[in-house]
Ligand binder design. Structure first.
Ligand SMILES: *[C@@H]1O[C@H](CO)[C@@H](O)[C@H](O)[C@H]1NC(C)=O
Ligand SMILES: *[C@@H]1O[C@H](CO)[C@@H](O)[C@H](O)[C@H]1NC(C)=O
Ligand SMILES: *[C@@H]1O[C@H](CO)[C@@H](O)[C@H](O)[C@H]1NC(C)=O
Ligand SMILES: *[C@@H]1O[C@H](CO)[C@@H](O)[C@H](O)[C@H]1NC(C)=O
Length: 363
């Protein structure tokens, strides 16, 4: 092998554009006994989506939010209590105290995701101020949904497009505006059953990752036997440009990320029934006769309604990272073509977005 001299190495570094120097480094690792440090529990009924849940406070959480014997974190629905008619079942909604700006990578390594009739779980991010600061649902499903659905929700003007040939998921709704189609959002459906429900669990789960960059919001799902080496544990710096095509890809050309996305908190919750899972037209076709509210009363229906999580991680330092359809722009010398217009947008967009966020927060 030809030794690389210091002299030949330095000039190479100096010609690389700074916009591709970013390497992700671990900022937050939530796992094991300390998992719940840095998260807030809701401590109220589901007063946002009209679900049949009471989201426990931290001091009520020992039966539904804990670390199991294997060192993984369980976040679950109560499956022991028979409820009175229209009663509320104990469940969990937790949110990080910290919000993460553009330039962060969000990762969840899970062995099991909640599923079953009436169950509506999500692993998602959202601004402190909603909807102006945006929302990204990384994992979401209802009832017996077979595969994961990814969605953005925003104010008017943010769209998903299929034209890039990048996402592997099926684009099922393009307008992210929360006022359109009863807040359906702009959605990609994974085509793999291993992304959710029983097949996710049977395959040993897997890893979800969401990159929030000025360039795009991208979501990947890797079944356990396909997890890239740089995501298997928290010891390495992940490089999304090596992961192949994401399931969901929202390019800044359709949704100006700087404009529509403020710093994001992470929320993990399991709703029951409510505005989506409990709608008769959604519940009854797959979950049979009876109402969702009646279904919730029986605790034996909730043995699969739990997350089992090995870790949630957030990496930072990737402010200018970009996904360029599987190729690293710097290496191929096409940075000018791909990144040329965006350098300006980055320079001007971030301060504008910050101002918007500060105004929102003050309201
Ligand atoms: C919902 O409950 C949360 C947590 O108790 C509370 O902070 C919030 O004000 C409530 N929102 C509404 C709309 O009632
Ligand atoms: C991205 O890659 C796919 C093949 O994986 C190709 O069909 C598509 O044309 C590429 N898109 C761009 C913008 O290069
Ligand atoms: C997913 O599961 C459903 C229901 O079991 C089945 O009908 C469908 O063929 C599966 N899809 C794939 C891609 O395996
Ligand atoms: C509750 O569900 C768990 C699995 O999530 C199961 O191990 C346990 O036996 C269930 N409890 C009851 C009382 O059925």
């Amino acid at each position: 092998m030809r030794p690389i001299s210091v002299l030949s190495w330095i000039p190479l570094l100096t010609v690389l554009p700074s916009s591709v120097q970013a390497a992700y480094s671990l900022q937050e690792l939530w796992a094991g006994d300390d998992f719940f440090d840095g998260w807030r529990f809701w401590g109220n009924r589901d007063n946002l989506t009209n679900g049949a849940t009471y989201y426990v406070a931290a001091d009520e959480a020992q039966d539904v939010a804990y670390t199991n014997a294997g060192g993984n974190v369980v976040i679950k629905v109560d499956n022991t209590s028979q409820l009175a008619p229209n009663g509320l079942r104990n469940s969990v909604r937790i949110t990080t105290e910290r919000a993460f700006d553009i330039g962060h990578l969000f990762v969840m390594d899970a062995l099991h995701l909640p599923y079953g009739c009436s169950v509506w779980p999500a692993f998602w991010t959202h601004a402190v101020s909603w909807p102006s600061g945006g929302e990204c649902d990384i994992v979401e499903g209802v009832n017996l949904q077979e595969a994961n659905g990814v969605a953005l929700h925003s104010v008017a003007g943010c769209f998903a497009a299929d034209g890039t040939g990048v996402p592997t998921g099926e684009l099922t709704a393009t307008n992210c505006d929360h006022t359109v189609n009863a807040n359906q959002g702009c959605t990609f459906e994974d085509t793999r059953n291993a992304s959710y429900g029983p097949e996710f669990a049977q395959g040993g789960g897997g890893v979800y990752a969401m990159e929030l960059s000025s360039e795009a919001i991208s979501v990947w799902f890797f079944p356990r036997n396909e997890v890239p080496a740089d995501l298997r544990d928290s010891s390495t710096s992940p490089d999304p440009t090596t992961w192949g095509r994401p399931v969901a890809y929202y390019a800044s050309s359709g949704c100006n990320i700087n404009q529509f996305f403020a710093p994001q908190q992470i929320t993990i919750n399991i709703a029951l029934c409510g505005d989506w899972a409990g709608q008769p037209g959604v519940f009854s076709p797959v979950c049979g006769t009876g109402t969702c509210a009646e279904y919730v009363a029986d605790p034996s229906h909730f043995d699969t309604a739990y997350f089992e999580i090995a870790s949630v991680r957030v990496y930072g330092g990737g402010l200018n990272t970009r996904y360029t359809n599987g190729t690293l722009a710097a290496a191929s010398g096409i940075i000018g073509a791909i990144g040329g217009g965006d350098a300006g947008a980055m320079a001007t967009g971030r301060p504008e977005r910050r101002e918007a966020f500060e105004l929102d927060s003050a309201q």
